[in-house]
Unconditional design. Structure first.
Length: 295
């Protein structure tokens, strides 16, 4: 029991640490108009100012406050990442539910279409779509939502195949439940665990992809600040203000890492096989001895 409690504490700590960081980041993004010390678009005379000097993290080549732009950049990056993940989760889960439950022609059509999307490298397809339709927040959300949709569809499809023949589904069908009720009220709650893990991992991938596209100038439209475009700006000023580049890269790395750690922790917590493997790998506690030395 002691080892089990220790395992539960480790799992809780693994979930709590990245969750607290991400919750703080979301709070910062929501409160950015009130906590940012300066207008992120306002240009000033102090160009390329270092740390301090009235600006905690300095200024860029236009005299704009770097800290304020990082705070507002969190809002832009989270909007795109969360929006794309939500679109992918809703569309992909629906496709996987329908394909796994009805089988036959419906299953073949839905899953083959997902395989077609998987055949394209995500970054190449994203570059093509954004180049055709132009950069922008809505374009990014729709493009990345389509790109990440097959991951949710495949996970849901596999889970539905293992759930659809269980007794509680058969009983609900025998009681007259319709397809919609069976799909969204009976089957979906029993496949939600792996989908929560995929949501966290997709948020990390979406933020990384959005930063890459913004770095290339195909993401959030300037002058709206985003972390990727700030990295591109800082790269050109590496010798004049190296702290700008380091800080801009760190916020992306730490945020992506937090989403990935949260997804891995959720996977360990929700997957019974990984929990069992973790308990089996845990060292055996030494038996307690009595005062006389007997076990």
């Amino acid at each position: 029991m002691t080892l089990l409690r220790r395992g539960n504490r480790r799992a809780a700590a693994g979930i709590l640490a990245p969750a607290v960081f991400l919750a703080a980041l979301i709070l910062v993004a929501l409160l950015s108009p009130w906590i940012a010390p300066y207008d992120p678009l306002a240009q000033g005379p102090d160009k390329l100012a270092g740390l301090g000097s009235g600006h905690l993290l300095g200024t860029d080549q236009f005299g704009r406050d770097i800290l304020s732009r990082l705070i507002y950049g969190a809002r832009a990056d989270l909007v795109v990442s969360v929006g794309a993940t939500a679109a992918a989760a809703v569309a992909g889960t629906t496709v996987g539910l329908v394909g796994g439950f009805f089988r036959g022609f419906v299953s073949g059509l839905s899953m083959r279409s997902m395989e077609v999307l998987l055949a394209f490298p995500p970054i190449v397809l994203a570059l093509l779509v954004v180049a055709l339709f132009g950069p922008g927040t809505l374009t990014l959300i729709l493009t990345m939502g389509i790109l990440f949709m097959p991951n949710f569809a495949r996970i849901t499809y596999g889970q539905v195949l293992s759930v659809r023949q269980r007794d509680f589904v058969t009983a609900s069908r025998g009681l007259g439940a319709g397809p919609g009720w069976l799909l969204f009220r009976v089957v979906l709650p029993n496949v939600i665990g792996p989908l929560l893990v995929q949501v966290s991992l997709t948020l990390a991938a979406a933020m990384l992809l959005e930063s890459g596209l913004s770095y290339l100038g195909l993401g959030v439209v300037p002058p709206t600040p985003s972390w990727g475009s700030m990295i591109a700006e800082a790269q050109n000023l590496g010798l004049d203000n190296p702290g700008f580049l380091i800080i801009s890269c760190l916020v992306v790395i730490v945020t992506v890492l937090a989403f990935s750690l949260l997804g891995d922790a959720l996977d360990r917590h929700l997957d019974p096989r990984r929990r069992a493997a973790g308990r089996a790998a845990a060292p055996t506690a030494a038996p307690e001895r009595t005062a006389g030395g007997a076990v």
